[in-house]
Design a protein around this ligand. Structure first.
Ligand SMILES: Cc1cc2nc3c(=O)[nH]c(=O)nc-3n(C[C@H](O)[C@H](O)[C@H](O)COP(=O)(O)OP(=O)(O)OC[C@H]3O[C@@H](n4cnc5c(N)ncnc54)[C@H](O)[C@@H]3O)c2cc1C
Length: 465
């Protein structure tokens, strides 16, 4: 008997996971490869970044998801290459052959060619990014509290969000709540509620992919939370001290980047082998989501570009999920000789949350907002989380913050991976300036020590890596 066809899936995000699940009874052997050991529910990442929920509530081990699916092997590895001619996937030194390939590696942040901005404006894509943002924001308040008696701290208490898409809006709304509510009574030298939150969007309105009415409602709501919304505005420079927009410089230590995404680098690897890419670098798909000239190779989700009704589908979780299910079915149909179909995305509506009990969204042309939209958003997100425990814990966390206005995940303890963190730099500069002004080396009583050294009685600031 011939061995079953080998299906290799690269990426266990929304698309890859659905494809693998759809083939649970197919006569195939599946290898699912991901560089992390967990599936990440990215739509709730901003809640980790804003200290509302903890990371384990939105990340689930891939192995556990498939422990009962016998036709699947999970590998934790970084895919470094694909050879379409030889039908080989490389993971550094290790190679595996495939009969069918599904590329589902998603997207990454794009800084529009300004690599130097990456270290000043944190993006939000992975758990590590969320930890870094949470750490940066909480440290900004801590540092401001420490320095407020000796110098102005406006730049520490100014938060600039670059990009007014759904992630930017969610971050801005949540940051407004954090500063106006959760932290409002915790400090003595500063007033967190006076923190400035500025959102910058290049398009004429925020939430550009949504209907105009949704954008208007979202902007109104953000303004009511005290967020300054700048539209038709382009960032021309970002450095450690702030953000330049035309003639205006906004002094801000914390800058968050929500402005652009680019496909995962694997699209370029395929492009170099003659695969057609669109102008944003995404893989152009056939009607059955395969790649032209390679009926056994599929791309799904954020890495791919599928034109429906004259427009490319947006980079959304439901698009990736529906494409994953479709490709799983298509491969099974190819193997069992059944008829093949054309993919068609079914849009069930889009929602974006702006904060406590407030969201905006649309189903077709119907726009809705407020508590109802927020409850719908909450229900959909909780139901889509992997794992019953996660659903329960997230529900409890949200109920807790709803009633108490508190954030459960406010500890500063994570070690980050970013090389340069502005708060620490700022603090060191501020301390040395202050010491110089006093003409002494220890007159300020301020010392920068790491968490490990902090039991020596000195005022301590957690160190950042
Ligand atoms: C902060 C944020 C908020 C969002 N909010 C929403 C929302 O509210 N609603 C919505 O519909 N969509 C939202 N999205 C978009 C949505 O998450 C994406 O459209 C969706 O995740 C795309 O699914 P995917 O399968 O293509 O890729 P992903 O889900 O990103 O999965 C890609 C997987 O590939 C793995 N991978 C990447 N490269 C490699 C490699 N070389 N080797 C091995 N593994 C690799 C990654 O580790 C990851 O697990 C949001 C995205 C972000 C970042």
């Amino acid at each position: 008997m011939n061995p079953p066809p080998h299906v290799v899936i690269i990426g266990a995000g929304f698309g890859g996971l659905e494809a693998a699940k759809r083939m649970h009874e197919a006569p195939v052997k599946i290898t699912l490869i991901d560089r992390t050991n967990h599936h990440l529910f990215q739509p709730l990442l901003y809640q980790v970044a804003m200290a509302s929920i903890s990371s384990t509530e939105i990340a689930y081990p891939i192995r556990s998801i498939f422990q009962n699916q016998e036709n699947i092997t999970v590998l934790m590895a970084d895919v470094t290459g694909v050879n379409l001619e030889k039908r080989i996937v490389s993971m550094g030194d290790r190679e595996i052959e495939y009969d069918y390939l599904i590329v589902a590696t998603g997207s990454q942040n794009s800084y529009f060619g300004h690599a130097e901005w990456t270290k000043h404006a944190l993006g939000l894509k992975t758990l590590q990014d969320a930890f870094m943002i949470r750490r940066q924001i909480l440290l900004a308040f801590e540092t401001a509290e420490k320095l407020a008696p000796i110098q102005p701290v406006d730049d520490l208490l100014t938060f600039v969000i670059i990009g007014g898409g759904p992630t930017g809006v969610e971050l801005a709304g949540s940051l407004a709540e954090l500063s106006r509510r959760a932290l409002s009574k915790d400090f003595r030298n500063i007033r967190p509620s006076s923190a400035k939150i500025i959102m910058i969007e290049g398009a004429p309105r925020i939430l550009p992919p949504f209907p105009e009415e949704v954008s208007r409602l979202a902007e109104e709501k953000l303004r009511s939370f005290g967020v300054e919304v700048l539209t038709n505005t382009f960032v021309t420079d970002i450095n450690e001290h702030g953000v330049q927009i035309g003639d205006r410089f906004i002094p801000a230590i914390t800058k968050l980047w929500c402005a652009g995404v680019a496909p995962s680098p694997l699209s370029r690897v395929l492009g170099e082998q003659g695969v057609r890419l669109d102008k944003g670098g995404r893989i152009v798909l056939q009607k059955d989501l395969s790649i032209e000239g390679h009926p056994n190779v599929f791309a799904i989700g954020d890495i791919a570009s599928y034109i429906q009704d004259g427009k490319p589908l947006p980079g959304l979780a439901p698009v990736a999920m529906q494409q994953g299910q479709f490709v799983g079915e298509t491969i099974e149909n190819q193997i069992t000789g059944k008829d093949l179909k054309e993919f068609r995305y079914i849009d069930r509506g889009t929602l974006a949350t702006i904060g406590r009990s407030s969201a905006v969204g649309n189903i077709g042309k119907t726009v809705f907002s407020g508590l109802l939209a927020w409850l719908a958003w909450l229900f959909i997100h909780v139901m889509n989380l992997v794992g019953f425990r996660n659903r329960m814990v997230v529900m409890l966390d949200w109920m807790w913050s709803y009633v108490t206005f508190q954030r459960g995940a406010r500890l500063i303890s994570d070690r980050g991976h970013h090389g340069a963190i502005d708060v620490e730099l700022y603090l060191q500069e501020a301390i040395s300036k202050h010491k110089q002004a006093l003409g002494s080396s220890d007159g300020s009583g301020l010392e920068l020590v790491s968490e490990e050294q902090s039991d020596d009685g000195k005022v301590s600031v957690p160190s950042i890596e």
